[in-house]
Design a protein. Structure first.
Length: 532
């Protein structure tokens, strides 16, 4: 999910705005959006740190009052639970507990492939608070599904369901069975601090994609310490990622190897129309065949630059630097962008020789709210470019990935991508359109041309002469249209009808898909099926 969030945020309708450190449970930014308020020039909101804090949202733009606009007035208790509120609410003087069902029941058909699809997901969400400073949330999903053919093709290549992890196949390999769970505990010990430990995802950025840290991979354990004061939000994020492409064998069972990461993210809002964020992250493996390193406490320091530490450790850890910018020149018009630097040599960076080590990525995007005077309409064009070999490493166990999926852009690297999104809602009716065009270069003859971040970059096409989309030039165009009717904003329960037109093309293939689906679901996650 997805993602990662953006907005909306109908979380916890039963919870009063008394400062409980709950997070918005809306990861799905495509359906219900309060973004025009998040990016308002009247506030100092740190818009690139997602998921958002509910108390912060309410203090900045009155989230709970805006939430009331989506409620249907009724004096029937059962209608209130069905249409507006949580299914089960248990409240006391100093505590609140809510329980809600999660599900996704849908059917689809690909007319170009003459192939049907279906999904059967059941789950549960439990959230609550103890006092005003402690909150918790946990959810679990169990799914059986037959997914669209292009998704199944991806699964056969990476052996994971996008964003949802490991699976078991049945029905002669045409259907999947998988489950996943997430949760966190959140404690605010004082005015300036929040400590959150969980198993989940995080998203850093203002765009549809994030080139810093996205929510496209599977859940991972993490500890996040957030310090907020004046116009500053400072994040220390400690994570453990899995690496299924390498494992130990114990008593006949595979144990996936792990790797650790430490991330700093400094978000500053010097003026209410400008947000500048600085990013650094380092990934290291805890052991190899001769040395057990474990968690390196040199990276535990919350205020430090990683590069001098890494250099003095004599290590070959994988460090990345980045920046996220957001500028609102005037109301309802937002410019945003990112730049990521994975490797740098001054002379090579500014030359035109195409050095293999020029590993960087950038993003530029725009959000327009109420264009042409049309209320509740948002337009969002975005462009992403990722140089070959970015996010990869000489040691494949230290690439920027988790559970066989990238931690940034879901396509990996060596890609140019244009995204155009339009969202409109009228009361509880939501209409969404998204178009993705991308060009990449696939590997040929066992040569790594830079898209596959899971391969060591020593198997490159050459030290010089590299360019974005090198390799077997492949294009993707995908149009997604959806109409949904909101049933209950507490869990974004909605009836939906969606259509997808997709084409994958290179010199070896020309695959076309025309897909229609419908169903009922609770949409609280970003799940990405729009990449190659």
């Amino acid at each position: 999910m997805k993602r990662i969030l953006m907005a909306v945020m109908f979380a916890g309708t039963a919870l009063a705005a008394t400062g409980q450190p709950l997070l918005s449970k809306y990861d799905n930014r495509e359906l219900i959006s309060f973004e025009r308020y998040i990016y308002s020039t009247d506030s100092f909101f740190h818009s690139s740190v997602r998921p958002f804090s509910l108390p912060e949202m309410d203090s900045v733009f009155g989230y709970y009052k805006l939430l009331d606009n989506y409620n249907i007035q009724t004096n029937k208790k059962w209608k209130e639970r069905l249409l507006n509120n949580n299914l089960i609410i248990i409240k006391g003087k100093d505590y609140t507990l809510t329980v809600d069902p999660l599900f996704d029941f849908g059917y689809g058909y690909d007319f170009s492939q003459n192939r049907s699809q279906w999904i059967n997901t059941r789950g549960i969400l439990i959230e609550g608070n103890l006092g005003k400073d402690f909150a918790f949330s946990t959810s679990v999903y169990e799914t059986q599904a037959r997914l669209p053919l292009w998704v199944m093709n991806y699964i056969s290549r990476r052996w994971v369901v996008p964003g949802q992890g490991w699976f078991k196949s049945y029905g002669n390999g045409t259907a999947l069975d998988f489950a996943n769970a997430s949760g966190y505990v959140s404690w605010s010990p004082g005015k300036f601090f929040n400590i959150r430990a969980g198993h989940g995802k995080n998203f850093l950025g203002d765009g549809y994609r994030s080139l810093l840290l996205s929510d496209c991979s599977y859940y991972y354990p993490y500890l996040m310490i957030t310090t907020t004061f004046w116009k500053i939000k400072y994040i220390n994020l400690y994570t453990q990622y899995s690496h299924p492409d390498a494992w130990w064998t114990t008593a006949g069972d595979k144990v996936f190897k792990r790797k650790f990461a430490s991330t700093h993210y400094l978000s500053i809002v010097p003026w209410n129309n400008l947000n500048i964020s600085l990013f650094e992250s380092v990934i290291w493996k805890p052991s190899d065949s001769t040395y057990h390193r474990g968690f390196d406490f040199n990276y535990l320091n919350p205020i430090i630059f990683f590069r001098p530490v890494e250099f003095n450790l004599g290590s070959a850890d994988n460090e990345m630097l980045g920046v996220n910018l957001r500028y609102t020149p005037f109301r309802n018009f937002v410019l945003y962008g990112q730049f990521v630097l994975d490797e740098f040599k001054f002379k090579e960076f500014f030359s035109s020789a195409g050095w293999r080590g020029n590993k960087y990525a950038w993003q530029a995007g725009l959000k327009i709210f109420s264009p042409f005077g049309i209320e509740n309409l948002m337009l969002q064009p975005e462009f992403n470019l990722i140089r070959p070999y970015t996010y990869s490493h000489i040691n494949m166990e230290q690439n920027y990935s988790n559970a066989r999926e990238p931690l940034a852009h879901p396509a990996g690297a060596n890609i140019k991508e244009a995204v155009a999104i339009a969202r409109y809602n009228y009361k509880r009716l939501f209409i969404n359109a998204k178009y993705v065009w991308a060009a990449t270069g696939l590997d040929t003859s066992n040569i790594n041309f830079g898209k596959n971040i899971f391969s060591t970059y020593t198997l490159n096409a050459g030290e010089y002469g590299n360019h974005t989309t090198q390799g077997r030039y492949t294009t993707l165009s995908q149009l997604d249209l959806s109409v949904s009717l909101l049933i209950n904003p507490s869990t974004n329960m909605n009836l939906f009808l969606s259509a997808t037109l997709r084409r994958e093309r290179n010199e070896m293939m020309d695959n076309r898909y025309s897909y229609l689906s419908f169903g009922i679901r609770t949409s609280l996650r970003n799940i990405y099926y729009d990449f190659y």
